[in-house]
Design a binder for this molecule. Sequence first.
Ligand code: HEC
Length: 119
Amino acid sequence: MGSHPKPVDEEAANLRIQPVAKVKLAPLSASGAAKGSRSGEELYKAVCSACHEAGVAGAPKTGDQAAWGPRIALGYEALVASAKAGKGAMPPKGGSDATDEELARAVAYLANKAGANFK
Ligand code: HEC
């Protein structure tokens, strides 16, 4: 301090800072699609994978056909309904704030990984 007695040119400093501030905002608005518009894969990665990827708390593992077979046989509607209501250790909607549509997409994504052909 004191070695540069020249007063700070505030206007010039602001001009230098501004572009940085704009760049810093970009990742925020780009991160995570708006609620309601997430794909099944996006919701799965953000929420469902926490349990289903490793089979936490007895969750049927993603891609495990033996674990998913009997569940897939229940049908898409039934799976969506139980994911919405919650089942066993799974809280309603897997604990997410997903819309019905997003949840249905995530169920399809998850079941399809284990051989279902839901849309
Ligand atoms: C906190 C852990 C957890 C999270 C997060 C979670 N699940 Fe589950 N899920 C489970 C468990 C445990 C079961 C097995 C429940 C049972 O049969 O007792 C399960 C079962 C299911 C089933 C089968 C339901 C049935 O009727 O057999 C579906 C479909 C499912 N989850 C979808 C999802 C989706 C979609 C998400 C993300 C939105 C999600 N889960 C997030 C733990 C979780």
